[in-house]
Design a protein. Structure first.
Lengths: 176, 498
């Protein structure tokens, strides 16, 4: 299946989720409310009341977005260079990000339903997954780019081909 | 030490301003053509490009608006800044290599040049240039206003300048910006970015360590204070809620690949292989600077809800209040210089791409050929753009902020929605059609404008820019699949095959 069809399918899932958001009932303070005593600060209010109607949609939507990002990164690698190493890096990064997202979602749902809160590295557990996980998860792709640069991003062969191309079209331009 | 706080801060600013002027004079000697003015002759090293990319991404919004958003909404806005390594990775995988190859083969000077080359379409060039001009006007007006407000805050606390007006501050700060942008073009811009980026990283790290030591129990104590006041504020989606955060994650993650002031810099490195250094440098720089965004906002919210400090009258005062109360005067000096640096490094990038759109791309799209003596016109274009932006900025401050708010809607979200599909699919999918590019740009502008003008209520706070980006990506793919596949020019096909 061509990558572009996978991306289109994932986009259509996101579009369907957006329609879903428009269709479900919206609690009064879905985007927070003014803080009762302090100006210029907002409160979240009843977390469960605003989370429950869209929780399934949110889980599906961000999962689709993460897979879409992985697919787009793969699209960015030249077709001839989509080696096993490239696939392994991008799959590992995408699965890692998915696991982070599911951990954020799962621990937050648990907190809303039980009220239990555990701290990790200075933050409540779901927030720690967000603060440390989101940027570290993204960094996997940065490391993959650095490590795999000469394997699947811009090989020595590509570099030679690039210089040949520049020379060829420069000559053509000069001749014209 | 407190007695010399103000002189230290003003001294740091003065040193920084003098540095910018000196770089402008130095870069003037190296700017001999429009190519030098707009893309630095594609001759820059990896450190310069790496720092320029992250410092122009982290604008004054990151230094002032970011902490303000965390102060106001808790964790929510972290979904904007923590996506940056992922966003930069997307930009480099999808754009950096091919845009640099096309820039070399076609000798392009701007993003609309690349779009026109890829799609063989002057209409696509024209629409991209118009999008850039509209976005730049909104961004520039807000950046100029931010510079003027910061300068007025600093100067009015001295006896000599206690009565200085906002207009005077706007003129002083913009004159510095204009001086080095006009004399040295993008060369001055990226070399000032080098220092601006370094100052921002140092400021971010020092502020972070200061912030986590405000409470004896560190960040954990701050978290518990926030949790006791309002659990949602310190939970992963903050007070804004889950859908807003997901929208920001998408917009700021993928959207970075469509920011013209960022991806234009991907055309400027001397060697394509330098991308291997540029990406990690940019990602690390951004994350270290984002420490300021995160830590100031959380600590200021904690000390206010704990009753240790008085509430702020506006969220955007969070950074200034933190520096006044908790920072050593020398650190405050560095951070205020860093704040100016953050604003200027973004503003000079916008001035450059805006001038390129006005004097290079729009004339080429209309006349089919560039203006004579582009370098001279580039300098006049930069001045003209800056003057209009000052007028917009002051008009919005004194009379009516609706105009800038409208243009501001053409900020990150509109650049993302209009440019991401055109560039990302255009450079990586040979079937991407020019009709799709035109449809995606037009639809994204219409959707963003409609949402802003009609003030459309969107449930659960889904950002309008997110809806526009999802729509334009979908429209782009569908239109490309419906249209018959067009033959690519041989050089573009060769570039895409690499």
């Amino acid at each position: 299946m061509k990558l572009i069809y996978i991306i289109l399918l994932l986009l259509l899932i996101v579009v369907a989720c957006v329609f879903g958001v428009f269709l479900v009932s919206e609690p009064v303070a879905s985007t927070g409310l003014s803080h009762p005593t302090i100006d210029a600060i907002r409160s979240g209010g009843d977390g469960l009341a605003r989370f429950a109607p869209v929780s399934d949609i949110a889980l599906l939507m961000l999962s689709a977005i993460v897979v879409m990002f992985g697919t787009l990164l793969y699209l960015g690698v030249s077709e001839r260079r989509r080696t096993l190493q490239c696939k392994a890096w991008i799959a590992a990064g995408t699965i890692g990000l998915l696991l982070i997202w599911w951990s954020i979602f799962g621990t937050y749902s648990l907190f809303l339903n039980t009220g239990d809160v555990r701290l990790m590295l200075g933050f409540p557990l779901p927030t720690a997954f967000t603060v440390y996980g989101l940027w570290l998860g993204g960094f996997v792709f940065v490391i993959a780019y650095v490590v795999g640069f000469r394997w699947f991003i811009y090989t020595m062969e590509d570099e030679t081909a690039f210089h040949d191309l520049v020379e060829k079209y420069r000559r053509d331009r000069d001749n014209n | 030490m407190e007695a010399v706080r103000q002189p230290i801060i003003l001294g740091a600013l003065l040193v920084y301003v003098l540095f910018c002027v000196a770089v402008g004079i130095w870069a003037m000697g190296r700017t001999k053509s429009a190519g030098d003015f707009f893309v630095a002759g594609r001759s820059l090293g990896p450190a310069v490009v790496g720092l320029a990319i992250f410092s122009s991404t982290m604008s004054g919004f990151g230094f002032v608006g970011g902490p303000g958003l965390v102060y106001s909404t808790g964790i929510s806005s972290l979904w904007m800044c923590l996506t940056s390594p992922l966003g930069l990775a997307l930009g480099f995988y999808l754009v950096a290599k091919r845009i640099r190859i096309i820039a070399e083969i076609r000798d392009t000077m701007s993003l609309p040049d690349v779009v026109a080359a890829r799609y063989d379409s002057e209409a696509a060039r024209f629409l991209t240039a118009i999008t850039i001009v509209l976005g730049v006007m909104g961004y520039m007006a807000t950046q100029i206003l931010a510079m003027a407000i910061v300068l007025k805050t600093l100067l009015s606390s001295t006896s000599m300048f206690s009565e200085i007006s906002l207009i005077a501050c706007a003129i002083i700060s913009t004159t510095v910006l204009l001086f080095y942008s006009v004399t040295g073009g993008i060369i001055a811009s990226v070399y000032t970015d080098l220092i601006q980026g370094s100052v921002m990283v140092v400021a971010g790290v020092l502020v972070f360590f200061t912030a986590i030591n405000v409470f004896d129990g560190g960040m954990q104590e701050a978290s518990m204070i926030l949790f006791a006041d309002d659990p949602e504020s310190i939970m992963p989606f903050g007070t804004a809620g889950i859908m807003t955060c997901i929208g920001w994650f998408f917009m700021f993650g993928l959207g970075l690949a469509g920011q013209p002031h960022v991806i234009t810099k991907m055309m400027m490195n001397k060697n394509l292989s330098d991308n291997r250094t540029i990406l990690p440098l940019s990602a690390l720089g951004y994350i270290m600077t984002a420490l300021l965004w995160i830590s100031i906002g959380l600590i200021m919210r904690s000390v206010v809800v704990a009753g240790i400090e008085d509430p702020l009258s506006a969220p955007d005062q969070a950074a200034a209040a933190f520096l006044t109360v908790f920072a050593h005067p020398a650190l405050a000096g560095i951070v205020f210089a860093g704040l100016f640096a953050a604003i200027m490094s973004t503003a000079d990038s916008f001035l450059n791409i805006g001038a390129a759109a006005i004097i290079h791309d729009i004339p080429r799209a209309i006349r089919g050929r560039p203006l004579d003596n582009e370098l001279q016109w580039a300098r006049w274009g930069t001045i003209g753009l800056c003057v209009i932006a000052i007028v917009f900025a002051l008009y919005s401050y004194y009379i009516n902020n609706r105009l800038v708010a409208l243009l501001g809607a053409f900020g990150w979200g509109t650049f993302a929605a209009a440019i991401v599909p055109v560039v990302v699919f255009g450079l990586n999918w040979q079937r991407a059609a020019k009709e799709a590019a035109i449809a995606a740009i037009a639809s994204s502008l219409l959707i963003n404008f409609f949402i802003e003008v009609a003030d459309v209520p969107i449930p659960y706070g889904l950002p309008g820019g997110f809806l526009a980006l999802v729509s334009s990506l979908t429209i782009f793919i569908v239109v490309s699949l419906v249209m018959p596949a067009a033959e690519l020019k041989p050089d573009i096909r060769d570039a895409m095959d690499l």
